[in-house]
Design a protein around this ligand. Structure first.
Ligand code: NAD
Ligand code: GLY
Length: 369
């Protein structure tokens, strides 16, 4: 049997214990011993999409059927552009048609889009039903499946509608990454680099040394990167589940990144690509505020470049960037707040910056037409 790594996301235990495990390993899709204890009844809904269903749905359904668990699949259209209200409603339609009750768990089988949609459906259907994450992209395995942020996009702003709702289990089968396209793999690495930047300089060093192994999908390197990322995210979420301070660090580069995703049209830039370019913008701002050195910015840029990720934002007017950034969840009393770096491995939450400086950063970090 392949080795399994397990990480605990420790949350308040009163009035109920909401802590949960992340299990990481190859072949976990068939490990019903890990899944069955979280299924209170003999029926589950599996939410997935048209790309993932032909790859992994039958494997999961037949493993559950062997244990007499009845499953039905809700297969959604694939893509960030479908992460909206109408698709959410397709989940509710199916849950109601199948007479799902409070004990019927929803399993999210897919990437971050499926995880965020399913989690929001689980948070709101019958005011809350059990929810399990089986993430199949690198990005979802290192970030979106952990921590309970769920939601959908609005035409005016990314992830602006949602709920905090924790899963009961995260089951990460790293073997699913064998079918993931290279571009999606690189997008996931953007969030992995984020953890090194905000929290762990040694992990950043490790990424500099092992990027080629990660890109070549070396199982040991991939499993280590997933584990270390989940350890950092679990620690941060345990300390600040509802983002009153520390958790905001996880949004490094996201204020710029979300603006890029929104302004370009959801799905044109992958989330991880937008985060990569956005992180370089946050690094540039941090340098202008003399919090980090030019040499540190160069190191950050090289790592993203070596990953094959964009290091400049798309050519959008500064006005459009500012307009999109105004619709960010960190905006307080109309002021945009940025996560800034204080070195590699160290960041601080929620700072405002003078608009002229912000415009200088945009002008330096946006690609020419
Ligand atoms: P995604 O869910 O769109 O998946 C990327 C693509 O890969 C899709 O086409 C998908 O069908 C396909 N795919 C998934 N698994 C596959 C596999 N094993 N083999 C082949 N193809 C596969 O994108 P993503 O990068 O996983 O997630 C991005 C989303 O996550 C964004 O909406 C972002 O806002 C959200 N997000 C949420 C959080 C959070 O904390 N909730 C954190 C980070 C990102
Ligand atoms: N991805 C940001 C968070 O989970 O807080």
């Amino acid at each position: 049997m392949n080795a399994i790594e397990s990480i605990e996301v420790a949350l308040d235990t009163l009035p109920e214990n909401r802590s949960y495990s992340i299990h990481i390993g190859q072949g976990l899709l068939s490990r019903m011993d890990l899944l069955l204890p979280h299924l209170p009844g003999k029926k589950v809904a599996i939410v997935t999409n048209t790309t993932i269903a032909p790859l992994y749905l039958e494997k999961l359904r037949s493993a559950l059927a062997e244990h007499h668990v009845e499953t039905f699949a809700i297969t959604l259209p694939d893509g960030e552009r479908y992460k909206h209200w109408e698709t959410l409603n397709l989940i509710f339609d199916a849950l109601l048609e199948h007479r799902c009750e409070r004990r019927t768990p929803l399993i999210a089988l897919g990437g971050g889009v499926i995880g965020d949609l399913t989690g929001f459906a689980a948070a709101t259907y019958l005011r809350g039903v059990p929810f399990i994450q089986i993430p199949t992209t690198l990005l979802a395995q290192v970030d979106s499946s952990v921590g309970g942020k769920t939601g959908i996009n609005h035409p005016l702003g990314k992830n602006m509608i949602g709920a905090f709702y924790q899963p009961q289990l995260v089951l990460t089968d790293s073997a699913t990454l064998t079918t993931l396209p290279d571009r999606e793999l690189r997008a996931g690495i953007a969030e992995i680099i984020k953890y090194g930047l905000i929290y762990d300089a040694n992990f950043f060093d490790w990424l500099e040394q092992h990027m080629n192994s990660l890109l070549a999908r070396d199982p040991a390197a991939v499993n280590y990167a997933i584990r270390r990322s989940c350890e950092i995210k679990a620690e941060i979420v345990s300390l600040d589940e509802r983002e009153s301070g520390l958790r905001a660090l996880l949004n490094l580069g996201h204020t710029f990144g979300h603006a890029i995703e929104n302004a370009m049209g959801y799905g044109a830039w992958l989330h991880g690509e937008a985060v990569a370019a956005g992180t370089l913008m946050a690094a540039d701002l941090s340098r202008r505020l003399q919090r980090i050195t030019s040499q540190e910015v160069d190191r950050i840029r090289h790592l993203f470049e070596n990953t094959g990720l964009p290091v400049k934002g798309p050519h959008i007017s500064p006005e459009r960037y500012l307009e999109s950034m105004q619709l960010d969840k960190k905006v307080k009393e109309g002021a945009i707040r940025f996560i800034l770096l204080d070195g590699i491995g160290k960041a601080s939450p929620g700072d405002t910056v003078p608009t002229p400086m912000l415009l200088e950063t945009l002008s330096a970090c946006v690609a020419d037409a």
